[in-house]
Design a protein around this ligand. Structure first.
Ligand code: NAP
Ligand code: ZN
Ligand code: ZN
Length: 346
């Protein structure tokens, strides 16, 4: 075991504080990673606030991890000391169920092990990326291609794959009209990725405040959802709508923006349930679906896709003592477009 510095949430809703945690000794198939950068995902805030149900405290959040391999176990074959690597939302799964075998570890039917706020196979709580190091089984480690900075790569490990996976599954590409709801951490990656995949991209944001940015990121159109005219003008327009919004939305209003057979795919994880008339999907044979992060092979595919297309996240690098302030700014939708912690400041 090694003691390392970290930032932790001591109890639900409490501010983060500098502390120390223990990392396990490097096992046969483990990799020790010196973390360089760690992204702040809105999911970190939901969990720190215990908004999704009972959580484990103290909590060290962080599942957008980028760093350098510092040590490898004797059985490790795929990575060597000095490699540029990443860790996303998962650090283990059963490896034997149908979904694990298909590379869909995020849907492991026996329950996967989250990077934090989870219990590992050793029975100990897992601690995430707001820490100097992490020890992870090599099968749950990703390779960060040369050409993407570690800072702009970190958010790809969650925000990148969470949007890439549904865009690919629902065939975003040439000839398809895709709308992205919410231009935050996930939303801005969805715009970049959907544009790179060749789709015609529309941003639906609460206001026109970030319009110029949205167009620079690759959007073809930009509309404010605070303007009721948006919902009239765009009725029946989209093949695919991806909602990245962290709060409950009026899904009926967004379903009306779909063409016949269109799909509204939700990746936002609001803390409250929604209520919806089912006539919203019957009329026009529409689909309302959800999608959770991505599996290990698809996460690697996304990283390679980003490298090939010169894509990284738009980031604001912060010191560790600014995390609490960054949380407040994320909650106020004041993020352009992902906060990334410089872990050397922990
Ligand atoms: P974020 O950076 O805070 O972005 C969310 C965006 O939603 C905001 O920038 C804002 O965009 C919009 N928004 C916020 N409050 C709103 C409201 N009341 N009404 C309408 N729009 C609102 O958060 P994120 O890190 O991208 O995460 C977004 C959500 O996805 C979170 O709930 C997170 O937990 C979840 N998530 C899910 C997965 C998954 O596997 N499915 C993975 C990661 C994250 P505008 O200012 O442009 O309107
Ligand atoms: Zn996340
Ligand atoms: Zn499994």
């Amino acid at each position: 075991m090694t003691t390392v510095a970290a930032y932790a949430v001591p109890a639900a809703k409490a501010p983060l504080e500098r502390t120390t945690i223990e990392r396990r000794a490097v096992g046969e198939h483990d990799i020790l990673i010196d973390i360089a950068f760690s992204g702040i995902c809105h999911s970190d805030i939901h969990q720190a606030h215990e908004g999704w149900g009972e959580a484990i405290f103290p909590m060290v959040p962080g599942h957008e991890i980028a760093g350098i391999v510092a040590e490898v176990g004797p059985g490790v074959t795929r990575y060597a000391v000095g490699d540029r690597v990443g860790v996303g939302c998962l650090v283990d799964s059963c490896r034997t169920c149908e979904n694990c075998k298909a590379g869909l570890e995020q849907y492991c039917t026996n329950g996967n092990v989250g990077t934090y706020n989870s219990i590992g196979k050793d029975g100990e709580p897992t601690y995430g990326g707001y820490a100097q190091t992490i020890v992870v089984d090599e099968n749950y480690v990703l390779r960060i291609p040369e050409g993407i900075g570690l800072d702009e790569a970190a958010p790809l490990l969650c925000a990148g794959v969470t949007t890439y996976s549904p865009l690919r599954h629902w065939n975003a590409g040439p000839g398809k009209k895709v709308a992205v709801v919410g231009l935050g951490g996930l939303g801005h990656m969805a715009v970049k990725l959907a544009h790179a995949l060749g789709a015609e991209v529309t941003v639906l944001s609460q206001s026109l405040r970030k319009r110029e940015d949205g167009l620079k990121l690759g959007a073809d159109h930009y509309h404010a959802t605070s303007d009721p005219k948006t919902f009239e003008e765009l009725a029946g327009t989209f093949d695919l709508i991806l909602s990245t919004v962290s709060a409950p939305l009026d899904f009926a209003a967004y379903l009306r923006l779909l063409r016949t057979d269109g799909a509204l795919v939700n990746v936002g994880a609001p803390e409250e349930p929604i209520s919806l008339s089912l006539f919203s999907v019957m009329d026009g044979r529409k689909t309302l679906a959800g999608s959770g992060i991505g599996g290990i092979p698809e996460t690697q595919e996304m990283l390679d896709f980003c490298a090939a297309h010169g894509l990284g996240a738009e980031i604001e690098v912060i010191r560790a003592d600014q995390i609490n302030e960054a949380y407040e700014r994320v909650l106020a939708s004041d993020v352009r477009y992902r906060f990334v912690i410089d872990v050397s400041t922990i």
